[in-house]
Design a protein around this ligand. Structure first.
Ligand code: NDP
Length: 457
């Protein structure tokens, strides 16, 4: 049977673009890709990239405070959000262009249209085009989840926001209520506070960042509060009423207050609605995700899926690896499984939380462990008179001496955890860490100078 293309990729995010490029440029495949919105997807257009640029923008507020403490005489002005936002969007336009150019250079045919699956080998585009494909790759990512009950208010034009909206705000609100305790809630709470917004964050559970190391969660929650963010855990939203362009929120702790906006950072859901997957024979999971095997193949052999839409590990570099592994396997004859073991990640709060491997709690369930942990005031911040403490923690197997987990809360923890991730991936033992000579004076040197366990379990 002959097809128009060897591969049709639905979704021009980081994962889909990587798969398309490798299949076309290195696998010699005829590849087409459809993107209904902007090339680059969540990470580039409304996620990691603009978020990180906002982290940088927000960091200057603290840098200026520190500068004064270091003897600089500064006249600190206010933050020009519209000016920053315009520049941010220019940068996103540039990056979108780079993504597009890279695809074109690889020989991929781009369709700026919404694609749906008509049958296991046919894609229907909303511009009327039909394309047949030997393989279809679903790389449609995810989107913010807004609980049903708050949707009417949003639709009525009240400032009920999800993370996508932040980058387009005409102006920053004076105050905001952030709902949620995950990556996005904690990151935006810190970013917006740094930019001068009065932030209140509520989380329904007992402690923010469920799934991370307990000790790290507690430590970071304290530092979030120390920077003036009102963080209330065990608290949920009961009522929201629009009033004069703002919102009045009632929460389960009895508080009732007006906010300039409410940001719902209440998770993300896979983008599978109306895609035609079920009709093509792919049964979806409970959250609407596309279930796949270790080769990213669905139950329908010609249809594969990668990235957030599969609800495995929702991180850009993981989607890229999955897309690359798929293209290697199917188009380069190199059978490759995406490796989901020991994936490091960072939460870009202030300070950052970097984490790789097992939490203390998970490791203890698995085997007897030693815990090495230190908390100290870093030279840079101590001199500036700040009280925030760095935390570094290693979870070590008693039997094999391998470092099973590493958790860091510090400025630049994201950079540090990338390197610690290499050591853990190589199977480094505590003794390997110990025989590594410290780089002095740094914060990270504490990782190789923790001599005695603080506890065993
Ligand atoms: P998360 O799943 O991390 O957090 C969602 C939060 O919303 C949780 O605290 C959850 O509470 C809460 N929540 C869910 N539903 C409700 C509800 N109905 N009412 C009140 N609270 C609710 O999702 P995010 O959207 O923050 O991030 C999605 C994913 O994107 C992350 O898991 C991560 O993989 C990725 N990401 C990575 C980043 C990075 O690498 N720096 C940055 C941003 C996102 P509960 O814990 O009780 O379920």
């Amino acid at each position: 049977m002959s097809f128009d293309v060897d591969l049709f990729v639905i979704g021009g995010g980081s994962g889909g673009v990587r798969a398309a490029r490798i299949a076309a440029a290195e696998g010699g495949a005829r590849v087409a890709l459809a993107e209904e919105s902007r090339m680059g997807g969540t990470c580039v257009i409304r996620g990691c990239v603009p978020k990180k640029l906002m982290v940088f923008a927000s960091g200057f507020a603290h840098a200026m405070e520190d500068a004064a403490a270091y003897g600089w005489q500064l006249q600190v002005g206010s933050f020009d959000w519209p000016g920053f936002r315009a520049k941010l969007h220019t940068e996103l336009d540039r990056l979108e262009g780079v993504y597009r150019a890279n695809l074109e250079r690889a020989g991929v045919t781009i369709h700026d249209a919404r694609a749906t699956i008509a049958d296991p080998h046919t894609v229907q585009l909303d511009d009327g085009t039909t394309v047949t494909a030997k393989h279809i790759l679903v790389a449609t990512g995810g989107r913010p989840f807004l609980p049903e009950m708050w949707r009417p208010l949003r639709e009525a034009g009240a400032p009920v926001l999800v993370s996508d909206d932040i980058f387009d705000l005409p102006e920053l609100p004076d105050s905001i209520l952030v709902v949620g305790g995950g990556y996005i809630a904690c990151e935006f709470a810190c970013i917006l506070a740094g930019l001068g917004v009065k932030v209140t964050q509520i989380y329904r559970g007992a402690q923010i960042l469920r799934g991370f190391d307990e000790e790290a969660r507690g430590h970071l929650a304290e530092l979030i509060r120390d920077q003036g963010i009102e963080l209330h855990v065990g608290t949920d939203l009961i009522e929201l009423v629009a009033a004069d362009g703002a919102l009045r929120a009632k929460t389960t702790d009895g508080r009732e207050r007006p906010y300039g906006a409410v940001l719902f950072a209440t998770g993300r859901v896979p983008n599978t609605e109306g895609l035609g997957l079920v009709e093509a024979g792919v049964a979806l999971g409970r959250r609407g995700e596309v279930p796949v095997d270790e080769w990213s193949q669905t139950g329908v052999p010609s249809i594969y899926a990668i990235g957030d839409v599969t609800d495995r590990i929702a991180l850009t570099p993981v989607a890229i690896r999955e897309g690359h592994a798929f293209a290697d396997t199917v188009f380069r004859g190199v059978a490759t499984r995406a490796d989901h073991d020991l994936v490091a990640s960072a939460v870009f709060t202030r300070p950052e939380l970097g984490s790789v491997g097992l939490t203390e709690e998970a490791a203890r369930e698995q085997e007897p462990v030693e815990i090495y942990c230190t908390s100290f005031r870093a030279m840079h911040t101590a001199f500036a008179g700040r009280h925030d403490r760095v935390m570094m923690k290693l979870v070590v197997s008693k039997a094999t001496r391998r470092v099973l987990g590493c958790h860091i809360i510090a400025d630049q923890a994201g950079e540090m955890i990338q390197l610690a991730g290499i050591a853990l991936k190589m199977g480094a033992t505590k003794e390997d860490f110990d025989r590594t000579v410290a780089v002095h004076p740094t914060m990270a040197e504490e990782l190789v100078t923790m001599r005695r366990p603080v506890r065993e379990a």
